[in-house]
Design a protein around this ligand. Sequence first.
Ligand code: AMP
Length: 436
Amino acid sequence: MKLRAVKGTNDRLPADQPRWHHVIDAAARVLGRAGVQEITTPVFEFAEVFERSVGEAADLVVQKEMYTFDDRGGRRLTLRPEFTAGVLRAFVEHGMHTWPSPVKLWSHGPAFRAENVQRGRYRQFHQVNLEIVGTAAPVADAEAIALFADVLRALGLRGVRVALGSVGDPSDRAAYNAYLRDALEPHAEALSETSRERLRLNPMRVLDAKDPGDRALVAPLKRPLDFLNPESRAHFDAVAASLDAWGVPYDVDPGIVRGLDYYRRTAFEIHAEGIGAQSALGGGGRYDGLVSQLGGPDVPGIGWAFGIERVLDALIQAEVAVPAPEGPLLFLVPMDDEAVTEAAGIARELRAHARVEHAYVRRAAGKGLRDADRSGARFAGLLGARERAEGVVQVKDLASGAESRLPLRDLPDWAVAEASAAQETTATESTASDAV
Ligand code: AMP
């Protein structure tokens, strides 16, 4: 059998890396300025962490999607399907409720779900995740949503839609679920198997159905937003008022429900155009009660996650310029066997200042220049018998063709000057892209 990557997993090749880091760096910058600290939790946890967090009404769809296995010690472990449970497990384990409140944490990394693979839906995918733990203030919900929009804006992504809703308090949810049961049970036979299962365990999730028949059945029904008690309603209005005050655009979506059961009140999603059926870049909501469900104190929280693959897809569809891979400053070409070690040695020294590469075998000038060009270098440095005798390198600017013979001892200063000039250009470009 020819070995290949497992279905639903993807290699991230060198050419993909600048784009990828562009997204992570934007998140780090935007969230960092808001005082959000980075946390890294393990990729796998005891299965119980996720089982407790999804709760009793756990949708079997969610359960089935988890990669759970026994390790050799007989421990039941799960590859994280999302970040919140693990981050809150860490919050409890490290007593973060004693830290200055709220505790604001972000993470990024892989998550795993045994899904039906399609565009935008993979079995290993990657998320950027934010949690604000320790406050029930609606301004925190609004700030979380605004930060999400800020990250997308810093990336240059336009045409995204924030959909804001509320799933209410547990009592609102219970009332709404009872309403849905009454309305849908008489038609249970007509529902898809998934929706029938959801109607039994967590009726609200029927609203998420993709099946056209199911959608037609729920279309005329009331939405969670119609079932808010006065406090939940006031919370929703306060979140909306903050977003209005800051000029963060959003649409009210009365029918938003989140995949997991722990959400309370605020629920939201951000969608992008042009990336196909899986248009949700990310979403999140408030999860008061989840920390205590995981064995911690009763502290409220709000969070979101976005899928990095989907954001990248949206950036490509929107033709947003992302940084291209950078080549070396200098590519050294040894033109005889004696120069091979010396060229590599010069490269080693200059790397204190800039990215420098070299050919590993003797190259004729023409071929060496072609190698330098293919590496994406700005300059080629030719080193043959004559250059060695004179203690120089013949440096060629590959864009302009200008050539000069630089003494070896001047190379470090030359590299410092060229590298810092290049850095200034990049810094100006990235400030410009932040400002748009
Ligand atoms: P969720 O935790 O289901 O709300 O997912 C949050 C975001 O993660 C989604 O909006 C997607 O951008 C991304 N995401 C979730 N599941 C997948 C998947 N299987 N493949 C790729 N991205 C995903």
